[in-house]
Ligand binder design. Structure first.
Ligand code: ADP
Ligand code: MG
Length: 688
């Protein structure tokens, strides 16, 4: 008894390793592939390498002996064709049963050799005689883990399916109508039973491609649940209150007149979209996308000014201190001109300074607060936060971004503007991003010259020094980026220091600077300021400069070990140059022995300049999960639907989801249950 309960615990532990806890988890544990043991294959015409099942009458058995480890059995099928079986391990109990004249059913791969047919380590089972009954279903093979048999998995899944009651907020006819199908689809339980136990004769290829109607039903269910989740989040948001602002346009006009440039058409368009949102009494939840250098910061600032104009506070969040510093520094002239008070709250401040800042924030003495993750701390409370802006939003977790909403003490929720330089294709945005509206800046400010990209073998590193010198002599500046080696920050640092030493030596008379993650934020700032001011000509950096740094005189970007960077990172880094009038270049140094994915990345960055093209390539190379960083963010991926294959059903199912929510309301039990089946706890985390 005690023994049994430990084994049950043990298999529960193994199920858990596979993420299988609830009946729903088991029901949605999709087979990797199927084996077809519903048929026997006559041995007369088999080909070499064929995987088959046949029944044999045992002719001879040669047990393992001193000289020979293997056991050999020879048998013949009903028409007398013989097949040799080779076993690498047999138990005495098996040998005792394998007597000439008895029958066995064997499964495995046939080898055709000079001595006839042979099957190495087959699966065998004794049967009563020729004509024993066959399996009536295909046999699923599930993803599993060590110590967990297929049999145990299949049994647990069958039991779960027997207990399960799948919520169906949309009837079969509604689904059929929404999708414009000739025939109704099966209900979910029937579909799932079919997937786990397809009857004999079903086309395995259709199952593999998920084009079988039963698979299609499950895919539709997943997409419907997802659309229900997204739209419900939107409806719930619409029921919450936010401060309205930006009706008074005078402040905005004054700010625009202070700018040294005109907004591009794209910038004007997105600004209008944001302004419209801010004037509404429900919380904005908007993603501002725009390629590197497209001018997102100024748009964020103009949005902020509207909030401040109406007496609200604004928080502007950046993922790194360097970037927060830069935002603060870049915005300062305009803020001073307009008489707006601002401050910067980052982790490196002294505790006493942080406390003073927190007090000013809570007393609403500060209009605009720049900051890093330190701004998200529980202790930071705003008396009147109207707008929270998150730059490089993908570098923050979902929870972190959402925590900004609860920084007010009343029931109001601030507007939320997120920014990203990684464009997300529309179908992905529609299906993965929690309730979000998207604005896109699809135009660069005028006067940018295209960047020339070159790939250079690392062995030619010293040739590069000549170019670096030429650039500096033409009074330009140079970035030299060293890769982040994730396993070892120390190694990473050493690499940067070596490159720094090498450049200093190779370029006498030229000021070279070094900035890396281990420097104090003050030291970082000193080096960055010197580079910004043009005293430091060559800046050696680890990826701390990855985001947002803006130095127009920089015209050469060198990236060492470019193969170690992700595509989005490479694009961001390259975007640091090409911001002035000079012809800019990006040199990608790469090491030997490139993997296929590294090659694909380098090729893509070499061929494309446009961030949207690059994002598409990136998505293709990495797949949606990695691309969106969903694994870190805690969002779940679509499990069975594939937007490439099933994207066409997204729109009709979205419409159906809207219809259902309208008819039954946000809190309908069947809708809630269906969302929970597919998203588990995710919805709660996103509760948007
Ligand atoms: P990103 O979208 O990458 O955050 P930034 O906001 O840093 O881009 O803008 C890049 C640079 O372009 C900044 O120096 C900014 O002042 C400048 N800029 C922004 N908008 C315009 C514009 N309409 N015309 C000219 N320069 C602009
Ligand atoms: Mg930026």
């Amino acid at each position: 008894m005690a023994l049994q309960s430990t084994t049950a615990d043990e298999s529960d532990r193994r199920f858990k390793l596979l993420g299988l806890v609830s009946d729903v988890d088991f029901a949605l544990h999709w087979p990797l592939r199927y084996e077809d043991w519903t048929r026997l294959t006559p041995l007369k015409n088999v080909y070499d390498g064929q995987i088959l099942q046949c029944d044999l009458k045992i002719i001879s058995v040669q047990p393992p002996s001193r000289g020979k480890q293997t056991c050999r059995v020879v048998g013949a099928d009903a028409s007398g064709v013989s097949l040799g079986l080779t076993f690498f391990k047999v138990y005495p109990s098996q040998l005792a049963q394998w007597q000439p004249g008895r029958h066995m059913r064997v499964q495995g791969e046939v080898k055709r050799g000079v001595l006839g047919l042979d099957m190495p380590h087959p699966h065998v089972r004794l049967i009563k005689g020729f004509g024993a009954p066959l399996e009536k279903h295909l046999t699923p093979v599930y993803p599993s883990t060590a110590g967990l048999s297929q049999w145990a998995l299949a049994r647990a899944i069958t039991q779960s399916l027997d207990r399960l009651d799948w919520p169906e907020p949309a009837s079969a006819s509604m689904l059929q109508q929404a999708l414009g199908l000739d025939h109704p689809l099966p209900n979910m339980l029937a579909a799932l039973r079919f997937v786990h136990r397809p009857p004999a004769g079903v086309d395995v290829a259709h199952l593999a491609e998920k084009s079988d109607p039963h698979c299609f039903r499950v895919i539709c269910d997943e997409l419907l649940a997802q659309q229900l989740g997204l739209q419900r989040a939107r409806m719930r948001r619409a029921a919450r209150a936010a401060p309205t602002m930006g009706r008074e346009k005078a402040g905005l006009a004054r700010a625009l007149s202070c700018l040294p440039f005109q907004l591009t058409r794209a910038q004007q368009r997105v600004l209008a979209e944001i302004t419209e949102d801010l004037s509404r009494a429900i919380p904005m939840h908007r993603l501002l996308q725009g390629d590197v250098g497209s001018g997102k910061t100024i748009i964020a600032l103009l949005a902020a000014l509207q909030a401040v104009d109406d007496g609200y506070q604004v928080a502007l969040l950046a993922p790194t201190e360097v970037l927060a510093d830069q935002h603060a520094a870049k915005c300062l002239p305009l803020l001073e001109k307009l008489g707006i008070s601002s401050a910067k709250l980052t982790g490196s401040l002294k505790e006493s300074e942080k406390r003073r800042l927190r007090e000013s924030i809570a007393r609403a003495e500060l209009d605009l607060v720049f900051g890093t993750h330190a701004l998200l701390e529980e202790k930071v409370r705003f008396s009147n936060l109207g707008l929270a802006i998150v730059d490089e939003q993908h570098r923050f977790g979902v929870k972190q971004r959402l925590s900004l909403r609860h920084k007010r003490d009343d029931a109001m929720e601030p507007h939320l503007l997120m920014m990203s330089a990684t464009p997300i294709p529309r179908s992905l945005a529609m299906s993965y991003l929690a309730d979000l509206d998207v604005s896109v800046i699809d135009e660069l400010p005028p006067g940018r010259s295209p960047i020339r990209t070159r790939l250079l073998q690392a062995s030619r590193r010293m040739d590069l020094m000549r170019w670096v010198r030429q650039e500096v002599e033409a009074s330009h500046q140079v970035y030299w980026v060293c890769p982040l080696i994730e396993e070892s920050e120390a190694l990473d640092l050493r690499h940067a220091q070596e490159s720094f030493a090498q450049l200093t030596e190779a370029l006498p008379g030229i000021e070279v600077g070094l900035v890396h993650g281990r420097l104090s934020s003050q030291d970082k700032q000193t080096v960055m300021d010197a580079f910004q001011a043009g005293q430091v000509k060559v800046l050696v950096a680890t990826t701390v400069i990855e985001v947002g740094v803006d130095v127009p005189q920089a015209s050469l970007m060198v990236i060492e070990h470019a193969e170690r960077f992700g595509l989005a990172q490479l694009h961001q880094l390259r975007g640091r140059v090409g911001r002035g009038r000079a012809q800019s270049q990006c040199v990608l140094l790469y090491g030997e022995a490139l993997g296929a994915s590294a090659k694909a990345r380098l090729k893509a960055i070499y061929q494309h300049q446009d961030g949207f093209e690059i994002a598409r390539e990136d998505l293709r190379i990495r797949g949606p999960g990695e691309f969106l960083g969903l694994r870190q963010s805690g969002l779940s991926l679509l499990r069975y639907a594939d937007l490439e294959r099933d994207g066409q059903y997204l729109n009709p199912l979205r419409a159906l989801a809207g219809e259902l929510l309208e008819r039954k309301g946000c809190e309908d039990p069947a809708i809630t249950a269906l969302i929970a089946c597919w998203q588990g706890g995710v919805e709660d985390r996103l509760k948007a």
